[in-house]
Design a binder for this molecule. Structure first.
Ligand code: SF4
Length: 245
């Protein structure tokens, strides 16, 4: 990658001020507890149609929109299918929808989404144009207090066939796993392994290169990790260049 592009990545990710200006953000969860009671909607777990290898894009979208394969269907407002070019070469995978995503039906909105967009921009990518953004689960996981939480292993396993079919349809050249949930579910590794142990290596998801980096929401709370993410994105760009040479 050119020196000019590396400098642009530093600038667009806001790396410069990290070493001099910024205060560490609060370690509190980014999304406050919901004051609204959860709706009492009956769940028909595991009655949704299975994901088929023949499913086209529209059929897959319909299947997700009506899915009741796990309990997250009870509390969602909207399913979050993913956004981007259907034939994107770059696929970014996060954890699951948060409150804003659940209400808007789009992944990575709000401050974390803005940071992800800046990361994409620094790489010459743009959501909806040449990158696709998805999550491990399509419905928002919340705890008993209405706060965002990571999906359980069972929820992730129930939802993974949708992402797998998306990948078959998109046929990306590279995948970037954003955060631990995405990394461990896509790589099938020990769920206790930290992201720090998975970074810095070009893994494989089936026959595709996969690079692990931190989730943008984590970066908002841990600004010192931004420079590591920058290195991860450089690694991903090099792996992409190798994969498409
Ligand atoms: S999270 Fe996935 S498996 Fe669970 S209900 Fe939503 S779409 Fe279905």
């Amino acid at each position: 990658m050119s020196t000019e592009r590396r400098h642009r990545m530093i600038e667009e990710m806001g790396l410069g001020p990290v070493w001099t200006l910024r205060e560490r953000a609060s370690a509190e969860p980014a999304v406050p507890a919901s004051a609204e009671p959860l709706p009492d909607i009956p769940v028909a777990v595991a009655v949704s149609a299975p994901v088929s290898e023949e499913m086209d894009w529209e059929q897959l979208q319909d299947a997700v929109a009506g899915c009741t394969k796990c309990g997250l269907c009870r509390t969602r407002t909207k399913t979050v299918f993913g956004v981007g070019a259907r034939k994107a070469k770059w696929l970014f995978v996060g954890e699951g929808p948060g409150r804003s995503e659940d209400q808007q039906g789009e992944p990575f909105v709000g401050p974390a989404g803005k940071l992800l967009d800046n990361m994409l921009g620094a790489m010459g990518l743009k959501r909806g144009v040449n990158a696709f953004i998805a999550n491990i689960v399509k419905c928002r996981p919340t705890d008993d207090n209405g706060r965002d939480r990571p999906p359980s292993a069972e929820e992730a396993a129930a939802c993974m066939p949708y992402l797998q079919r998306q990948i078959e349809l998109i046929q990306p050249s590279i995948i970037v796993a954003l955060g631990k949930t995405a990394a461990v579910n896509m790589l099938g590794v020990d769920p206790e392994i930290p992201v720090s142990k998975l970074r810095g290596t070009v893994h494989r998801y089936r026959d595709l290169p996969l690079v692990v980096t931190y989730h943008p929401a984590y970066l908002l709370r841990s600004l010192q990790e931004k420079s590591k993410t920058w290195r991860d994105l450089c690694l991903a760009m090099d792996a992409y260049a190798d994969a498409t040479a």
